[in-house]
Structure formats: structure tokens, C-alpha cells
Ligand binder design. Structure first.
Ligand SMILES: [Zn+2]
Length: 88
């Protein structure tokens, strides 16, 4: 079992969190001109790199999304921050 830090609630058991997406991915725009293939790649093609990654996670009890920086190989947590524009 692992502990994740919620920027709003503090350290909590990993079972309280849900992975949302990789951080920093640009949504294809304009939507009316995006092909089905490009949209499917945006929605379903995970990169899953090895090493330090930035991911968007949801803490289910408080309902807040945040950016988690962690190592995908060692599972070390490097930090958690609210999404830009969201006060902690
Ligand atoms: Zn929380």
C-alpha cells in the first residue's frame, strides 16, 4: 500500500485516489476539425514513460484534481500541487 499526498487534505491511502490523465497533454483543437483518429489517440493512447512523470489525479473524498509528480519505476512521490489557478 502506498500513501499519496493530496494538496488539500494531506497524506492519504492510495485507494482514495483515481488516476485521471497524464499532465501537460494538449487537447486537439479546434474540435470540429479534429479527425476521429487524432481524437482517439488523445483519449486512449497513454505514453506511460519510465521515470519521472507528471499526472493528474483525483482525490475522491474531497473531489479535487491535482498534479502528482512521481517516479513510475520506483513509485517514489516527488510532490503534489493543485492544478494551475486552484488555491490549495
Ligand atoms: Zn483531498
Amino acid at each position: 500500500m502506498q500513501t499519496f499526498p493530496c494538496p488539500f487534505c494531506g497524506p492519504r491511502d492510495e485507494t482514495e485516489f483515481h488516476f485521471a490523465t497524464e499532465a501537460g497533454r494538449a487537447r486537439p483543437e479546434p474540435a470540429a476539425e479534429v479527425s476521429d483518429e487524432d481524437w482517439a489517440a488523445y483519449l486512449f493512447a497513454a505514453h506511460a514513460p519510465k521515470g519521472t512523470v507528471r499526472e493528474i489525479w483525483l482525490h475522491l473524498p474531497c473531489g479535487e484534481y491535482f498534479v502528482l509528480t512521481r517516479n513510475s519505476v520506483t513509485r517514489a512521490i516527488h510532490g503534489a500541487k493543485p492544478l494551475p489557478g486552484v488555491p490549495a
